[in-house]
Design a protein around this ligand. Structure first.
Ligand code: SF4
Length: 366
């Protein structure tokens, strides 16, 4: 049974169980709801990198911090198609396109993204997008183009979110997820551990995700990859034990969800990753980059799958392929409603410090 009334205390009690018991319970639930030898493989493609106006403390794509990433404008449809075909030939069933935007703006660039969605859907691959905040009309247009999933992470608990991001509120995240839910697009939403949050915040995030009805079809669990120049550059990496606990707890409270072992896999041993699969992870990102941070090489992943007897999952196993409506036949207004997103505007000291440091570095160079 899927429960939507988990309390923080109940989730903490699960998270803190003796590890062997926790893993056994999670593995048992995993086997009841999923084929334990199948793992869904997604390829994450950064279709527009860098220059983002937001101040997410973990993100090298925020324009205000000084990082070494190379920004690029929106990719062409042909570039995206070529990358999707490459991903398909190496075993990915899903392409997830990420753009470093605060929110989607109606206009030429969004129309181009919609065309990318149609193009990949026609390749018989699941298409996911992560483009920032979305209005209901934009969610409907993505659905009509054939989008399979929309990713919008809650990142952490509502309380800790304010310590990491000041340029938008938790309620904006929930609003976007609600807009996606009004369509037939599936929801992908998870978070990051290792940002300095307490275990209570990890439990708080899981409360927020489990309360959603239906629960997200997919939940990525990321371990922070600290990037020089960002406010979280000095965070210590989380231990594999914390990652296993988080994966197992997520599996127990969201039994039907695909739990994605996401960023931070390069810091994990093969044995550590195997334990995460045992504890209920059944999805990964493939490809040597996760937007801008490193990820294991796809051949290494396939070797590990072989070693463990795992198979990449075929596309459209959980839900049938959506139909793509061509742009000319759309029933939605290309200029939809004007959204009202919040700007909480509180100050986060370490984000401000990173911003000042970046300014000084820029002046030194000039
Ligand atoms: S996480 Fe997304 S919204 Fe936040 S700064 Fe990075 S690209 Fe922008």
């Amino acid at each position: 049974m899927v429960r939507h009334d988990w309390t923080k205390e109940e989730i903490l009690a699960i998270y803190n169980k003796p590890l062997m018991e926790l893993m056994y319970e999670a593995a048992t639930i995993h086997r009841k709801h999923h084929n334990p030898n199948q793992v869904q493989v997604s390829t994450l493609l950064s279709i527009k990198t860098g220059g983002c106006p937001e101040d997410c403390g973990y993100c090298p794509q925020a324009a205000r911090y000084h990082t070494d990433i190379e920004g690029n404008d929106l990719m062409s449809i042909n570039q995206v198609k070529a990358q999707a075909l490459r991903a398909k030939s190496s075993g990915s069933s899903r392409v997830c396109m990420g753009a470093a935007w605060r929110n989607v703006k109606d206009g030429e660039e969004f129309d181009q993204v919609l065309e990318m969605v149609r193009t990949i859907n026609k390749l018989d691959m699941e298409v996911c997008c992560t483009l920032g905040m979305l209005t209901e009309n934009q969610a409907q247009r993505l659905a009509e183009a054939g989008l399979y999933a929309y990713n919008h992470n809650l990142d952490s608990s509502e309380e800790y979110y304010k310590e990491v991001i000041s340029t938008r509120g938790y309620e904006d995240r929930l609003k976007t997820l609600a807009n996606v839910r009004k369509t037939n697009v599936t929801v992908c939403s998870g978070g990051i551990i290792g940002m300095g949050e307490k275990i209570e915040d990890r439990a708080g995030m899981l409360v927020a995700l489990t309360t959603l009805n239906p629960q997200p079809e997919s939940v990525p669990i990321n371990a922070l990859v600290p990037v020089e120049g960002t406010p979280l550059e000095e965070q210590q990496p989380v231990s594999i034990w914390e990652m296993i606990r988080m994966i197992a707890t997520t599996r127990i409270v969201m039994p039907e969800t695909q739990v994605r072992l996401s960023a931070g896999r390069t810091q994990m041993s093969k044995e550590g990753q195997a334990m995460c699969f045992f504890a209920g992870a059944n999805s990964i990102f493939a490809g040597d980059k996760l937007l801008t941070t490193p990820n294991p090489d796809v051949n290494e992943d396939m070797e590990l799958f072989k070693e463990l007897g795992l198979q990449p999952m075929e596309p459209f196993v959980k839900k049938e392929k959506p139909q793509s409506v061509e742009a000319g036949a759309s029933q939605f207004n290309p200029k939809g409603e004007k959204p009202k997103w919040s700007r909480p505007g509180h100050t986060i000291e370490r984000n401000e410090e990173a911003k000042q440091k970046a300014k000084m570095k820029k002046q030194e160079v000039e």
